[in-house]
Ligand binder design. Structure first.
Ligand code: GTP
Ligand code: MG
Length: 322
């Protein structure tokens, strides 16, 4: 394992909730429901710093409304998390001598042991006008389209993991994106070499909307649903084929999906933390200074934890035979 940070890339169709997810990552990493895994997330560039500042206001005012992203912005974050590493250690063991009265012999042996180490990753997100570079050029400037697409391809070629955001509540935009994704993955591949990703994390966003009608059993209902099945159905067979064919054989075992909700659920009650009549979170600000303690986003850090370390928390395997 090298010490230079490895790169992770996030993509997804328009309005999937990419910017929302990114903006709350840092706050969420400090406040994850039922989760004892830790990911430390720090902004690296100014765009990332600004985005995190916005998140504070979002949770304070209960309004998660982002302007659609029009230009191509690059967000760079540093992600630290625990990864398991196998190290070879020399141990000295005692072996009995040939006779009961002989002194025991000291024998050196090498053994493989698993250790947990902190590892750094760079999460680079090109946050463009949702998924537009994945589709055919629109009426905009063709040179700009080509430049942006080349940036995405270059980043993908040096990324160890891919995070795909998709909104299962918007199947038509999502299906279009996945159809276009195949061409993109073909561009990322050099000749017949597979894409470099070792893991693919699929964040099935806006999960609260899947279960909002179930009142206090909303969270239980969500946890009984398989996000990988939902993702697979929304993508469709053709798109799954395209994604899996572009990956190395080992990476095909490392495609996992998880529900994410930036609004989250109300702790102890289990209902969705969103009021459709006001368009705001139900619980966002307390009169005390501990406003952020009352906000429990769901599953937003886990896809990034999986992308970095392969650790599976609330993520389900997405299997596909090609
Ligand atoms: N119900 C619900 N809505 C969400 C959630 N996350 C985002 N949204 C809403 O979804 C819409 C799109 O979110 P964005 O984060 O702007 O999506 P995007 O993928 O960055 O969109 P583009 O920049 O246009 O590509 C916004 O109106 C958000 O308020 C969520 O967890 N639950
Ligand atoms: Mg955006």
């Amino acid at each position: 394992m090298s010490d230079t940070p490895e790169n992770i890339m996030m993509i997804g169709p328009s309005r999937a909730g990419k910017t929302s997810l990114l903006s709350v990552l840092r706050l969420a990493s400090a406040n994850c429901l039922h989760d004892n895994s830790r990911v430390e997330i720090d902004p690296v560039n100014d765009n990332a710093k600004q985005l995190f500042r916005k998140a504070r206001d979002i949770v304070r005012t209960g309004n998660i409304v982002h302007e659609p992203t029009y230009s191509l912005l690059e967000y760079v974050f540093n992600l630290k998390c625990d990864v398991e590493k196998v190290v070879v250690k020399e141990v000295v063991e005692e072996e009995p001598g040939p006779f009961p009265w002989s002194k025991p012999k000291q024998v050196k042996r090498t053994v493989e042991v698993k250790v947990t180490v902190k590892k750094d990753f760079t999460l680079t997100v090109l946050d463009g006008k949702g998924g537009s570079v994945f589709g055919p050029p629109d009426e905009g400037d063709p040179a700009e389209y080509a430049r942006q697409r080349a940036e995405y391809v270059n980043l993908a070629r040096k990324s160890v993991a891919l995070v795909i955001c998709m909104n299962a509540n918007d199947p038509s935009t999502t299906a279009d994106f996945f159809t276009d994704l195949q061409q993109f993955l073909d561009d990322v591949r050099v000749g017949s070499t597979p894409c470099p990703f070792e893991r693919v994390a699929i964040a099935v966003t806006q999960a609260d909307r899947q279960v909002e009608q179930f009142g206090s059993s909303a969270l239980d209902r969500l946890e009984a649903l398989d996000p990988a099945q939902s993702a697979a159905e929304t993508m469709g067979r053709h798109a799954r084929d395209g994604l899996f064919k572009a990956l190395r054989p080992q990476a095909r075992q490392m495609v996992y999906a998880g529900w994410t909700s930036v609004y989250g659920f109300i702790e102890l009650e289990g209902s969705v933390n969103f009021d459709a009549t006001t368009g705001q979170m139900v619980i966002f600000r307390d009169d005390t200074a501990k406003w952020v303690d009352n906000w429990y986003p769901y599953g937003v850090v886990e896809p990034f934890l999986f992308a970095c370390s392969g650790r599976v928390v609330k993520m389900h395997p997405l299997r596909h035979k090609i």
